[in-house]
Design a binder for this molecule. Structure first.
Ligand SMILES: Nc1ncnc2c1ncn2[C@@H]1O[C@H](COP(=O)(O)OP(=O)(O)OP(=O)(O)O)[C@@H](O)[C@H]1O
Length: 328
């Protein structure tokens, strides 16, 4: 459906690359998330796909049609891509239905199509309201309906949930995922929040310094991250340095790098590798307690535990099956 080959983009004539030699393919009807730390190239990638930037090298095909190469650049409005942005971008002076009709004014059956997409997002009864008469979540559903109305080949959602509070966010992301799946459109959404990506994406693409470092199903990314960077995007991760390996008496392969996820750290429990430690500071986080710990060999660690009553002296450990190994 979307095929990208050797895509590169620099903004300073090749001195530094915002995107470097990125290649991947996306299948029809799936939802993909692009994840990466700030500056990793997420926006650049979607701007290139959308036709808002031209690449230095590489090609982009949508539905087997070349839309971008060094020689060819199909205009953004001719790529048949729908957009949903963080800030809804609805026209404040137009009612909901009019907001949707605006983008499909040339369509023969536009009234019928507007009705369909308003039903799809469950807002038919509010069609005569103005955007300011809706909640943030409802406005985002209108934005989605408007983007879906022209039947786009591809839907791009750029940080669509970041304006919403945590409760609404979780609710809306499930709702939006359901609507997208029901509509059958292929969707790419960009997010900082790996929880959003894990919750709704069939596959996740991870960018680091402009490079695509892993493309995988959510469960695989979590259990088999390709690097410490990928692992740490999906939760607190402690790198098992030589000093920590010696504290836990767990010598690991020297040509690899190792880490353990915070949730696999056990406090006062039996484990394959255990050491004694002193708790220097406890911070109550609501669902758990953050501990600053000094191991008996002098190493410091910060971990979060579900335990609420922690003595000053503890044992801390982990099991060998939970050690993540990377060739780095
Ligand atoms: N118009 C531009 N001119 C010069 N450099 C740019 C431009 N746009 C992006 N960059 C640089 O390209 C790199 C990738 O930026 P990009 O905006 O694609 O990252 P991002 O992953 O979307 O970041 P964020 O999550 O903060 O939005 C960064 O180093 C950025 O400074």
């Amino acid at each position: 459906m979307l095929k990208i080959e050797s895509l590169s983009k620099s903004y300073d004539k090749g001195k530094s690359f915002a995107l470097r030699d990125v290649s991947f393919q996306l299948g029809e009807g799936d939802v993909f998330a692009i994840v990466g730390e700030s500056g990793s190239g997420k926006t650049t990638l979607i701007r290139l796909i959308a036709g808002l930037e031209t690449p230095d090298t590489g090609t982009i095909e949508i539905n087997e049609k070349l839309v971008s190469s060094i020689k060819k650049n199909v205009a953004a409005e001719k790529r048949n891509i729908g957009f949903v942005f963080q800030e809804y971008a609805l026209f404040p002076h137009l009612k909901l239905e009019e907001n949707i009709l605006y983008g499909i004014s040339k369509l023969k059956n536009k009234k019928q199509r507007a009705k369909e997409v308003l039903e799809l997002v469950g807002l038919s009864e509010m069609k005569d309201r103005y955007p300011h008469q809706l909640s943030g979540g409802q406005q985002q559903r209108v934005a989605l309906a408007r983007a879906l109305a022209p039947n786009p080949s591809l839907l791009i959602l750029d940080e669509p949930f970041s304006n919403l509070d945590a409760m609404l966010r979780a609710q809306l992301r499930n709702e939006i995922f359901r609507i997208i799946k029901q509509s059958g459109v292929t969707a790419i959404f960009v997010t900082h929040d790996t929880q959003d990506a894990l919750a709704v994406a069939d596959e996740i693409l991870i960018l680091q310094n402009g490079k695509l470092v892993q493309k995988d199903a959510a469960a695989n990314l979590y259990t088999k991250p390709s690097s410490v960077y990928v692992a740490s995007l999906f939760g607190n991760t402690i790198q098992l340095s030589k000093e920590l390996q010696s504290a836990f008496e767990c010598p690991l392969k020297t040509d690899c790098c190792h880490a353990i996820r915070n949730e696999n750290i056990a406090i006062n429990d039996e484990c394959d590798y255990v050491t004694n430690a002193t708790v220097l500071k406890k911070t109550f986080l609501g669902s758990g307690t953050q501990l600053l710990i000094k191991l008996d060999n002098g190493e410091h660690l910060t971990v979060v535990t579900k335990h609420t009553h922690i003595d000053e002296r503890i044992t801390i450990g982990f099991n060998s099956k939970d050690v993540l190994e990377f060739k780095e």
